[in-house]
Design a protein. Structure first.
Length: 137
């Protein structure tokens, strides 16, 4: 019985000693200071999540819904750009998505007011500007 009491007393003494050491170390460590974040000197302009986001209040269809429709037209594709823009055709307000699929890029346009597909085709090279006519003289 004496051996068990001696072991228990040793464990208790070791526990108290470790606790005292930890408390002393904590007392010597300076308290962490939390400084307030510096105030912004100028108002930062809110960045748009996508080009044309400021027009979203005029749309009846959300960007997420239009994006889902566009991806359904090109299953397995990956959207590489998206925007909301005013452009002729449909209601005049459309979401345009560039979707990469199988080494090609497709442009899909979804009307932002009624969700109709306005465009769904492979993108070609940008059209060249028409040459200027020479003045006769």
């Amino acid at each position: 019985m004496k051996n068990i009491s001696a072991v228990g007393a040793s464990v208790l003494a070791a526990t108290l000693l470790l606790g005292a050491i930890a408390a002393g170390a904590a007392a010597q460590t300076p308290a962490a200071k939390t400084a307030p974040a510096p105030a912004a000197k100028t108002k930062a302009k809110a960045k748009e999540a996508y080009p044309g986001e400021k027009l979203a209040s005029q749309a009846q269809i959300s960007m997420d819904a239009a994006q889902a429709s566009a991806l359904a037209l090109r299953p397995g594709g990956q959207i590489v750009s998206r925007e909301l823009e005013k452009e002729a055709g449909g209601s005049g307000l459309r979401y345009t998505f560039d979707i990469k699929l199988g080494g090609k890029t497709y442009e899909v346009g979804i009307d932002a007011r009624d969700g109709k597909v306005l465009e769904n085709g492979a993108e070609g090279p940008e059209p060249k500007a028409a040459p200027k006519a020479k003045a006769k003289g």
